[in-house]
Design a protein. Structure first.
Ligand code: SF4
Length: 285
């Protein structure tokens, strides 16, 4: 049984994510433009990015040709089944792909065959949670492949970085991730970090930070201070937009944590490009 309400809301969510950069991200790019030297390549790159963002919004076109991996997080009332919502999400994804809002991005890793409609094994990724409200909240991240390629996971202690299992060791890993990227992954980026967990949940924790606004405040004081310090230190590296040099290597740092087992200590850095596409919709059915 089809549900027009869910289908249309999810289609709207996908279009919003693909074509409209969130205001807090645009604002961070605007501030970065002001901070770069007049006539510098860094300033020009950021201006071009913002022009591109404006055109995409006006013409309802994808902000970037790589519309990325689709990561949905859905909160739902317990009376509504997951498979019921999943089917409508897949229908909306097919329609968005057919209309050009999404690029066909689901490739079988063995045959290299593209499914053509973004539907495949594990694609789109849909995470469900139940809540007590009588409405559905769907959130979507479009995670670009280039930025995913420079994402990285560390295991502490790390002798190469001389990083121990402490706050200083954690900071060394995160700053190293930005240094290694050297502007690849389409900087200025956002460092979304998961501390602890196991290898899988550490990266999940990192990616969940991408649902946060750039201007929010981490409720954990230690993590909040770490975010501010790393933001400043990485931007002092001088790598700059797309690696051209400048003051803007990253637009933000967002850090979460999970309890770990005593034997393991993972730091996962999900690097997100400037095309930080994030959208949310809440609706009743
Ligand atoms: S990394 Fe981001 S900005 Fe760069 S091509 Fe991929 S989606 Fe686009």
């Amino acid at each position: 049984m089809e549900n027009r309400e869910i289908f249309e809301n999810i289609l709207c969510l996908i279009e919003q994510a693909s074509t409209v950069l969130p205001e807090d991200v645009s604002e961070a790019i605007r501030r970065a433009i002001d901070s770069e030297e007049g006539g510098s390549r860094a300033k020009r790159v950021l201006e071009i990015i913002l022009e591109n963002v404006k055109l995409a919004r006006e013409r309802r076109l994808p902000i970037c040709q790589d519309t990325g991996t689709l990561i949905f997080y859905v909160d739902k009332p317990k009376e509504i089944g997951q498979s019921f919502i999943s089917e409508e999400i897949c229908r909306a994804v097919r329609e968005a792909t057919r209309s050009g809002i999404l690029r066909p991005n689901a490739v079988d890793p063995i045959t290299n065959k593209n499914s053509g409609d973004n539907i495949g094994i594990g694609s789109p990724y849909i995470h469900f949670d139940e809540w007590d409200r009588d409405e559905i909240r769907a959130r979507l991240i479009l995670k670009g492949g280039g930025s995913e390629n420079v994402s990285i996971q560390y295991s502490l202690p790390n002798s190469e970085l001389m990083a121990g299992r402490d706050v200083e060791g954690i900071k060394k890993c995160i700053i190293d991730a930005a240094f290694r990227a050297q502007g690849f992954g389409c900087s200025p980026g956002i460092l979304a970090v998961g501390i602890g967990g196991d290898r899988m949940t550490s990266f999940m924790c990192a990616k969940e930070q991408l649902f946060r606004r750039l201007d929010d405040k981490n409720p954990d004081e230690t993590l909040r201070n770490m975010e501010a310090e790393i933001y400043n230190r990485v931007n002092e590296l001088g790598i700059g937009p797309m690696g051209f040099g400048g003051k803007t290597t990253i637009l933000g740092v967002k850090i979460g944590k999970r309890h770990r087992v005593p034997a393991s200590f993972f730091i996962s850095v999900a690097y997100m490009c400037w095309a930080f596409r994030r959208a949310e919709i809440v609706f009743k059915i």
